[in-house]
Design a protein around this ligand. Structure first.
Ligand code: CMC
Length: 419
């Protein structure tokens, strides 16, 4: 086993080096504080491995993403989201019997407790669907208070119902109950788009696009929301509360909330006469506070393989649906200009998964404020698998340290003497 040497205050220490199955190297500093009294400082965790994981492999420099060893391109081409969910959570592709059972479990658990409808009725119709979804996922623990393996399937099965109800609430339409005769994705589309006024035929192209989008979002190793899930889960709170925390973390505009922001940015550019160069310049201007949403990634420094798949899919889906979206043209122009610009090249800023996903969701008729909810539905199996891996592996409670930079000890000042 190789080791890494550290010299601190003239004293030499040795630490074990851990090598992953894809050759990633990590210095195991678990004993660092015990033996040296020092800690590491890595704000934003850019150089910190928080766990050992066998779920997802990313090589950001080469644009590689694999779930349990399977390339994302192959899964996107051949698998369904339900299969991918099983793969992530249980570590293997299901055989025919396992898949049939898994589908049946997901279908039969899709109904939520009728009393939960009152929570939806109590919500304001202007509430963001992410606020509603995260709250409702927490509330599942009220209906299923015990820690049991069935909670995994309950959560996966009920989340589309909760998401669709939050949408129906926001548009003031009656809730549509889940149907067990439909597939996972068909059922979700039916709950979103069907109305009591007439039959709804689920377009095949929508079902295929949804499967693709959910698969591409299904896991992404230790990103902000997944790290949140592992962190919150390490305190042994319920699965539902843990995943609700992940949903909240995802909501941020620098994370999953970026898909909504991309469309809002493209709409802004369209309203401004389509002058995308102006916004590229604004993003480059230090202090403008403006970023090109859907660009940049902490890990991908060459290309985001998910964005590559989605760019192609956007063209295909829009064509099949007969939708002409001027925002797609603006997005392509923006990408072209940004990719030729020194500022973006130097900083290795490429379109990420959120850049083209919104265009597809829009074409599918999904409203902008539901985009991050769609991301959350896709990420669900990833969060669950990461939570399960940590739990099954007996992970310690997550408790980082800090370098304190505040005041040193000082005496209390009585009110009358304060400046
Ligand atoms: N537009 C303009 N400049 C940017 C952008 C952008 N989208 N992203 C990064 N930069 C600049 C940043 O100003 C900095 O410049 P400088 O070195 O001169 O100060 C440099 O690039 C490095 O940026 P950073 O903020 O240190 O990078 P990070 O790894 O901490 O952040 C990120 C990654 C994704 C949060 C960031 O690129 C960003 O805010 N992008 C826009 C939001 C977005 O699309 N998020 C979705 C990410 S993919 C899906 C997901 O994870 O949910």
């Amino acid at each position: 086993m190789s080791t890494a040497k550290l010299i601190l205050d003239g004293k030499e220490y040795e630490f074990p080096v851990v090598v992953g199955s894809e050759g990633e190297v990590g210095i195991d500093i678990a004993k660092l504080r015990d033996v040296t009294g020092a800690i590491t400082l890595d704000e934003g965790y850019g150089n910190t491995g928080s766990c050992r994981s066998a779920i997802t492999f990313i090589d950001g420099d080469r644009g590689i993403l694999r779930y349990r060893g399977y390339p994302i391109e192959e899964l996107a081409r051949h698998a369904t989201f339900v299969e991918v969910a099983y793969l992530l959570i249980y570590g293997k592709l299901p055989n025919a019997t396992e898949l049939a059972r898994w589908r049946e479990q997901l279908a039969t658990n899709s109904l939520i407790h009728e009393s939960m409808k009152h929570f939806f009725e109590g919500c304001s119709h202007v509430a963001h669907p992410m606020a509603v979804l995260s709250s409702m996922v927490t509330m599942l623990s009220a209906c299923h208070p015990h820690e049991e393996p069935e909670n995994i399937v309950r959560l996966l099965a009920k989340a589309p119902t909760l998401a669709a109800f939050s949408y129906k609430k926001s548009v003031g339409q009656p809730f549509v109950y889940p149907r067990t005769d439909l597939s996972y994705t068909e059922n979700f589309l039916n709950m979103l788009f069907s109305l009591p006024t007439g039959p709804y035929e689920i377009p095949k192209v929508l079902d295929q696009a949804l499967n693709l989008l959910l698969i591409l979002h299904a896991d992404h190793e230790q990103n902000c929301s997944t790290s949140t899930v592992r962190m919150v889960g390490s305190g042994h709170v319920s699965l539902f509360a843990t995943i609700a925390a992940g949903i909240c973390a995802l909501w941020g505009p620098r994370h999953g909330g970026a898909n909504q922001e991309v469309i809002e940015m493209l709409e802004l550019i369209a309203r401004d006469g389509g002058n995308y160069r102006k916004y590229v310049d604004l993003a480059k201007e230090k202090g403008s506070g403006f970023r090109l949403m859907g660009f940049g990634h902490r890990v991908y420094k060459n290309f985001d393989p998910r964005a590559k798949i989605l760019k192609k899919a956007a063209d295909a889906v829009l064509e099949k649906l007969g939708v002409e979206d001027p925002l797609l043209e603006i997005a392509k122009n923006l990408e072209k200009v940004a990719l030729e610009d020194e500022f973006f090249i130097e900083r290795k800023l490429y379109p990420n998964v959120d850049f083209y996903s919104g265009i597809i969701y829009r074409a599918m008729g999904i409203p902008t404020n539901m985009f991050t909810v769609m991301f959350a539905l896709g990420r669900l199996p990833g969060w669950i698998s990461q939570w399960k891996e940590a739990r099954d592996g007996g992970a310690r409670i997550s408790r980082p340290r800090q370098i304190y930079i505040g005041e040193t000890q000082r005496p209390y000042v009585p009110l009358a003497e304060r400046a």
